[in-house]
Ligand binder design. Sequence first.
Ligand code: HEM
Length: 571
Amino acid sequence: MVVGWWWWTWRGVAVAVAAACLVAHVAARVADALWWRPRRLEAHFARQGVRGPPYRFLVGCVREMVALMAEATAKPMSPAAAHNALPRVLAFYHYWRKIYGMDLDESCSIDDCPRGFWVSSWEGLMAIAVAGPTFLIWFGPTPRLTVAEPELVREIFLTHAEAFDRYEAHPIVRQLEGDGLVSLHGDKWAHHRRVLSPGFYPENLNRLVPHVGRSVAALAERWRGMACAAGAGGEVEVDVAEWFQAVAEEAITRATFGRSYNSGRVVFRMQARLMAFASEAFRKVLVPGYRFLPTKKNRLSWGLDREIRRGLVRLIGRRSGDAGEEDETTELKDKDSGFNDLLGLMINAGVNKTMPVEDMVEECKTFFFAGKQTTTNLLTWATVLLAMHPDWQDRARREVLAVCGDAGDLPTKEHLPKLKTLGIILNETLRLSPPAVATIRRAKADVTLGGISIPRDTELLVPIMAIHHDARLWGPDAAQFNPARFAGGAARAARHPLAFIPFGLGSRMCIGQNLALLEAKLAMAILLQRFDLALSPNYVHAPTVLMLLYPQYGAPLIFRPRQSQPFDQQH
Ligand code: HEM
């Protein structure tokens, strides 16, 4: 059959119309996602009295956030030794909270609503009273509600935890943190958590004390040597933010690999290099898809990632393949045969076919990621704070010397629970300088929180550091370093028992907190036995955040040896 020209024309028109409809449909969906939905949500929250900086097409309020953070980090803390770091660290939160935070003082009525906000109903007003400093920000087109009221924090993490999910991290972070506990969900997460938890029981971790103790003492001995080389009355300047990484790396390597420590260390060294690349990329690159380009750094990262995987698979194969293969390190095996390393726990689960090798690899990456820098930061800030507060340094040292003896003795597992002053100092450090300054959840379905109706997929930003610095909860000395507030226990240190959450809360609370606190107490005790600490004239107090809280210009401290006898001659 011969088809006439008109047929082709009509066919062409039909195709063009269909294509135009498709384009219009896609454009409408995109416009809805990037403009109309955010505007609807803005109005939805405004009706309930929840305000915030206005949504801007595509970027939300990220531009303003970045500008506020850049301005805050341009100058160091003032005065130089002040601890009210919140305006510097979470500048956007601090700034917008003052403008939009729903704080309702008791005398407020619907007619004199705070800062002139319009609230459409008594329900809205009641929501304000319950919700406290809650306001809305936009991370691109995604709404993020800030929640810093302990009662609401309780709902999110404890009473209605099933309604909220962990937030998916940035792809660069995800690649690094591995698909382990931090990012898993549901049954798989519960299974992994069950398998791994025994590794973090105090009685198990106590077996690491001699190993971690020796590594800290060796570091201290190195500093003492450097100080002595400086001559009589010698002292040494050390950037603790750098050096403590070795301590944290040692502890997490031991905890993860136990008797396979040496092979594990090789793998974790590569992981450390990978993290350095990624942290550089995270600072510089906000271009979508950049991480897929074959740049020199990216190719190096991919190569390292492949090597890490290969190393871990080999190691797991050796450990699980036959009982005869004991790896190169017998240290932990001989002396501490009861030690449950994390890899061993996973291999045992794998024998019962409940944990594939790929999952074990991901978990190892997660431990390194979650355990190294966090603990380094805790150690760094604790040392800085003791250098800033010589009175507390003296008190802590007196206790350490009384309980553990002098530099000739390494603290033991029996000593650690007796170091109460060091315990409250670490708590006050975690309060003022929590390594994880905030955490994020996502509403899995429409929920009501503190009287506010929250649509599905809204994110909730819980600014841990802001809760820790809130004078309503901690009193007028909230910005002071005062470890004594923890003397009656962490739950009674503030006006609300959930005002102190450095390790999170609920079922997804940090699995590694016992390890972090053990490491920190042990390391601080060993250093106090051996050195007087002071701030270096080069120290600039400038806490800031890049994933975690860290000192923007490093943490150079002066270490003055208290003992002349070298460590290796004491043993
Ligand atoms: C001072 C040190 C540490 C701090 C402040 C810290 C903080 C936290 C916080 C706040 C969370 C909860 C995050 C959330 O709910 O969104 C968390 C989870 C986690 N932490 Fe830590 N952490 C520390 C040390 C460690 C160490 C040494 C490990 C070692 C393995 C570790 C492994 C993890 C893991 C695996 C999770 C996820 C737990 C789960 O979802 O089941 N952390 N950490």
